[in-house]
Design a protein around this ligand. Structure first.
Ligand SMILES: Cc1ncc(COP(=O)(O)O)c(C=O)c1O
Length: 457
């Protein structure tokens, strides 16, 4: 299998050289997608009875396919939520793959899970959750949100036999990420959205609960607050939401998939006050904790409740006599069974660099947003839509229509210079198309921002 027409050693060297070149490059262009038919015409048949050979296939990757991806770690890729994995984490992702660790059970993955748990303990410490809180790495924020809300729903159902027959209901704000609605669909849960321009406040939440019918109130079991909205970096009133959840006996989930990294930053940590009262929290290390894809995480105040919801029973599982085989089983706390030990690259990078470097890198993202804000204020052709929040900046090009933003994004992307995409911002009853920066990569420079803004003149 390894020896088709491409020597294994040569292939290993070639792969390593490619990886080292890729992570060392400072001049990567921002790639652009092509249509599938175009790609097919370029590469021809790739999966054949005899194989096309590793060298040939790798060359197809290098020559045609690698270039049609849009690297999210490019310093001028400021669209959506970009990423910026450390070299240490990327290198250990290779080690993780090479080690073939089944990360569901301690029995098979003790070494990898031990390392994941070291990183997890640090993440839990950032939240301020009480002793006993713990979590597990997932494939991303969506899987983490789904795991948390299923744990919440099962807990609610177990509290009263009547609930077993009812469809659950949750409340969140219109600023919540689309994955909240998506995972509610998967779990067959109704969602009530609070219409807020800025953060979800205690009063608006209470009004929404009060306005529910008696039947809806009976089905309500959780509130999802956002710790850094994807669109604008807004952190909900977590302290206020926690108080209401306690009063109304509701599960409090915080989706900090993007913003969770900012728990490290002294400059904004106060915005997250109240997160320590959450029942569950989502944080994506593949967003602002410099991990490669894919690596999300869900943390529970009481992991036992998650275990009751997610633990899979199998007659083949309780057969191990060896004491060392018994330990933390990640499968018990989220929706997945077989899993990569996807927290391992994060652990290695944290162990290599230390948490201070992580904190500095996150503070740099926040600083870049402030720098962008000042630059925007100093230029006559652009203006801030709102003050920068966490590492997100919303701004408008004065006089532009939606199609002007689309065209500008296209031109900058086409030339391989930058990827900055427009978004919509709700003001009153209308949605305005505006431009948005999201800073994750600490290597983005003030000059990068200035150059991007100058292309809008
Ligand atoms: C706040 C928030 N929640 C959830 C998600 C979904 O995370 P993932 O794409 O890792 O599933 C995102 C993604 O951007 C997000 O920003």
């Amino acid at each position: 299998m390894h020896k088709i027409d491409f020597d294994l050693v040569e292939m290993t060297m070639d792969t390593m050289k490619y990886v080292i070149d890729r992570v060392s490059s400072t001049t990567t262009k921002i790639g652009k997608p092509k249509k599938e038919e175009e790609l097919k015409a370029l590469v021809g048949e790739t999966v054949t009875e005899k194989g096309i050979g590793g060298e040939y296939a790798f060359n197809l990757w290098r020559k045609h396919l690698a270039k049609v991806n849009v690297p999210v770690d490019h310093p001028r890729n400021l669209a959506f939520v970009p990423a910026s994995p450390t070299r240490a984490a990327i290198m250990f992702d290779l080690v993780t793959a090479a080690s073939s660790i089944h990360g569901a059970y301690w029995m098979e993955g003790a070494g990898g899970i031990f390392c994941e748990n070291e990183a997890m303990r640090w993440m839990v410490s950032l939240t301020g959750l009480p002793e006993g809180a713990f979590g597990v790495f997932t494939s991303g924020g969506t899987a983490a949100n789904l795991s948390a809300i299923v744990a919440a729903r099962e807990n609610w159902r177990s509290s009263n036999a009547v609930h077993k027959l009812e469809k659950g209901l949750i409340i969140t704000s219109i600023g919540a990420h689309s994955s909240i609605k998506a995972m509610a669909k998967v779990a067959d849960i109704d969602v009530v959205l609070v219409d807020t321009e800025n953060r979800l406040e205690k009063e608006a939440l209470q009004d929404t609960i009060d306005a529910l019918s008696a039947e809806e109130k009976q089905r309500l079991f959780a509130v999802v607050g956002t710790g850094g909205t994807t669109n604008a970096g807004i952190v909900d009133d977590l302290e206020g939401i926690a108080q209401i959840c306690e009063k109304e006996n509701l599960w409090f989930h915080v989706d900090a998939a993007y913003g969770g990294g900012a728990l490290m930053a002294d400059s904004v940590r106060h915005l997250f006050n109240g997160i320590d009262k959450a029942d569950s929290i989502t944080i994506d290390p593949h967003k602002w904790m410099f991990s490669p894809y894919d690596c999300g995480a869900v943390i529970y105040k009481n992991p036992e409740l998650a275990k009751q919801a997610h633990s899979q029973q199998g007659s083949y599982l309780d057969i191990f006599k060896d004491e060392g085989a018994h330990g933390f089983n990640p499968t018990d706390y989220q929706i997945q069974l077989t899993r990569r030990v996807r927290g391992l690259p994060l652990w290695f990078s944290l162990a290599t660099h230390g948490t201070d470097r992580y904190k500095q890198a996150v503070e740099r993202g926040i600083e870049l947003a402030q720098i962008a804000g000042r630059l925007i204020e100093s230029m006559p052709h652009v203006e801030l839509v709102r003050e920068p929040s966490l590492s997100c900046v919303l701004y408008r090009r004065i006089g532009w229509k939606p199609e002007d933003y689309t065209h500008w994004t296209y031109e900058n992307h086409e030339s391989g210079f930058a990827l900055v995409t427009p978004t919509k911002w709700k003001s009153g009853d209308t949605f305005e198309t505006v431009s948005r920066f999201c800073f994750i990569n600490p290597d983005t420079t003030e000059n990068d921002i200035q150059m991007i803004l100058e292309t809008m003149v």
